[in-house]
Design a protein around this ligand. Sequence first.
Ligand code: 6PG
Length: 260
Amino acid sequence: MTTSGAASDLQVFADRQALMDAAAERVVTAAAQAIADHGGFTWALAGGSTPRELYSLLAGSAWVGRIDWSKVEFFWTDERCVPPDDVQSNYRMARETLLDTIRPAPAQVHRMRGEHEPERAAADYAEELTRALPIGRRRAPGAPPCFDLVLLGMGADGHTASLFPGSSALDERSRWVVPVEPAPGAPWRLTLTLPVLNAANQVSFLVAGAAKRDRLAQVWQAPPAPDAAALPAARVRPRSGHLVWLLDADAGAFRERRSP
Ligand code: 6PG
């Protein structure tokens, strides 16, 4: 079921397997289009638990042959400030579920250095984006890098990447990568900022489960002006790219909720 809003689509699937199959098909299609268009596919991966299933699916025999992995450049939307072998690491999750199978060349894997001091790691990653996403892949000199695909999840509080409600990182307009402290005492994180997320050619949200329903209703009722939206996920509105929300039925049931 697809409904379209302002340059965005909402697609709801009967169950998680159908959701993951649809998400895998979007990655395959986006990769083929990017490789045909400019010889490579720059993909910013989401962290968290939902995408685990997608990455494992893409590494499986039914899908792994459908992408020319030698042309894929892997990036991350955010990372926890932990070593790469830490169980909390988004890189480790992607390595275990996908990269260990497809074995890309090290130069294809652009990992956020969660093990480094956060400010330095954020600055280093912004420099890596400059090197790895050549000027031709941006809409103007100095403009944010333009990923072919940004994959995002959404937390039950409406956060996305590591952009949390009320965070000053939501108002960042010049830096492309910033360190954030999600909550006092919580492990620091690194995150791409909204200018980068909204420069993408395509953004796909992958959201599953009833726990996300209330926030999805809020996202869908958010004001048209992205900056006026309270929830970080509602502020992701690619300026000229395509936005699609891929939901399972449990999450998609938010549309049946009656406002009180
Ligand atoms: C992270 C993710 C984060 C995630 C949401 C949803 O590092 O945790 O980038 O933004 O996408 O928290 O997580 P789940 O998929 O586990 O619900």
